[in-house]
Design a protein around this ligand. Structure first.
Ligand SMILES: Nc1nc2c(c(=O)[nH]1)N[C@H]1C(S)=C(S)[C@@H](COP(=O)(O)OP(=O)(O)OC[C@H]3O[C@@H](n4cnc5c(N)ncnc54)[C@H](O)[C@@H]3O)O[C@H]1N2
Ligand code: MOO
Length: 432
């Protein structure tokens, strides 16, 4: 039976109506500005600090290497002893191994030391000859080349000087950072506390994977997208508020819990224009101020970002690709800032379009792409996998990465430079 469709008035769907869409870059800036970095510090052992945000500038308490030491197995010599024409023969006065804590002084002139990689080189010796270049006979060693001063010696402080800055506050501690800290003998590190991020999926149609699916229902994939994205962020702690049906009352209750316990609340669904979209009304019931209401991007246009009192709120659209893109490109940088990280923006790489398409000027688009080849200079040539399908998952799953189609372009033509960001393990090209 035919039902007359009533025109949807703006007043009927105020939750999603938000005037002009703001440019993508403006939305990023606004979202980041909303997030005030956490300040509370805690001390954690290095072994538990991977990925945590360093809370202080860290200077080295010692020099690296801590003392002059040999870079080779061989013989330590004094270059001043190489008088006249070679070969030169020296008596081997001592045997010095790595870990030898003796301070060797007053050794006889014109003697050599048998020495091993990592062993301390006494300050009166100024070169090491590799054993392959020496002839050892009894307690003497003969050399046919005159080593230059400093040869095969790793000098104290040549790597790190005492008091030199190792790590700046705001750095997410990497394996290499922790290696450096361990090398200078640091045991614990002060980091910013983890931020608590509430996750909520709204949708009466949603079921958790594992439950039987009835007609009209779909599985909740957005929760897993978010929780697994955040699992790679050791500075974040997830509080899962599960699935909440499209009910203003229920959503308002859950938002109350989230605001009381979380630094940020990230939701998916219910931010568009229909009268079943209650997310905005639910946060506004708690006094939310929304700075981002509608973004000139695709997918992800209905993204909402603001604050509910002190809690950062990000209402991602329900469509899975819209949720993924809006999360990665806009919300994650804001969460990174909230966590106190200094580097917050995603890194883009240069690539070249291997496709052509028309697009709306003024809108930033993000499309799944595959690397189809390389230019002569090694840049990836991108093939677009799908476009304009914010709900389809397969293309995104198969993609090597995403390409940014810039707002100023009305056409994308083969061969134009594009920004590219790998989604998974991939070999990127030149960083922009
Ligand atoms: N009249 C209009 N309709 C829509 C507009 C619009 O501007 N005017 N925008 C469209 C765009 S663009 C998007 S994106 C979606 C966003 O809608 P909502 O955020 O309100 O999300 P829902 O309506 O709740 O869901 C949209 C879609 O996504 C599926 N979904 C929701 N949650 C999940 C989840 N956790 N896991 C997997 N899939 C999920 C849901 O079933 C819907 O199919 O609105 C358009 N409509
Ligand atoms: O954000 Mo929607 O198309 O942009 O799914």
């Amino acid at each position: 039976m035919f039902h007359a469709v009533e025109p949807v008035l703006k007043a009927d769907c105020s939750a999603g109506q938000s005037g002009e869409a703001i440019p993508f870059e403006t939305a990023v800036t606004k979202a980041i500005a909303l997030a005030k970095p956490v300040r509370y510090r805690e001390t954690v052992p290095l072994a538990g600090a991977l990925g945590r945000v360093c809370a202080v500038d860290i200077c080295s308490p010692i020099s690296l290497p801590p003392c002059d030491n040999s870079a080779m197995d061989g013989f330590a010599v004094r270059t001043a002893d190489f008088e006249g024409e070679g070969p030169w023969t020296f008596r081997v006065a001592e045997r010095v191994v790595a870990g030898d804590v003796r301070v060797l002084e007053n050794l006889d002139p014109r003697t050599a030391l048998r020495i091993f990689t990592g062993a301390p080189v006494p300050w009166t010796f100024d070169a090491v000859a590799m054993q392959e270049r020496c002839e050892r006979i009894g307690d003497t060693v003969t050399m046919y080349e005159r080593p230059r001063r400093g040869r095969h010696i790793r000098f104290a402080g040549e790597d790190v000087c005492p008091d030199s800055e190792l790590i700046r506050r705001g750095k997410g501690l990497s394996v290499r950072d922790l290696t450096l800290l361990a090398a200078v003998g640091i045991v614990n590190v002060q980091v910013l506390r983890k931020i608590r991020i509430g996750l909520l999926s709204t949708g009466t149609e949603l079921k958790e994977p594992g439950q039987p699916l009835e007609h009209g229902q779909i599985y909740n994939s957005n929760q897993l997208m978010l929780s697994s994205s955040l699992a790679a962020c050791p500075w974040a702690e997830i509080v899962d508020f599960g699935i909440v049906p499209d009910s203003l009352g229920l959503l308002t209750n859950v938002v109350a819990h989230a605001v009381a316990s979380c630094d940020a609340l990230v939701t998916t669904g219910g931010v568009s224009a229909g009268e079943e979209d209650h997310m905005v009304a639910a946060v506004q019931a708690h006094g939310a101020a929304l700075d981002v209401l509608n973004v000139a991007m695709r997918p992800g246009k209905p993204l909402k970002v603001g604050r509910i009192r002190k809690t950062v709120f990000a209402g991602l659209p329900g469509n899975p690709n819209a949720a993924l893109i809006a999360f990665r490109q806009i919300v994650l940088p804001a969460l990174r800032r909230l966590a106190g990280l200094a580097e917050i923006q995603p890194q883009w790489f240069s690539a070249v379009a291997g496709f052509s398409c028309k697009k709306g000027r003024g809108r930033t688009e993000f499309v799944p792409v595959r690397i189809a080849g390389r230019t002569e200079t090694g840049e990836p040539v991108l093939e677009m996998l799908e476009r304009g399908t914010p709900a389809n998952l397969m293309a995104m799953a198969l993609a090597d990465g995403i390409a940014l189609l810039p707002p100023e372009a009305a056409d994308i033509t083969t061969g134009i430079p594009l920004r590219y960001k790998p989604l998974g393990p991939s070999v990127p090209s030149r960083r922009l």
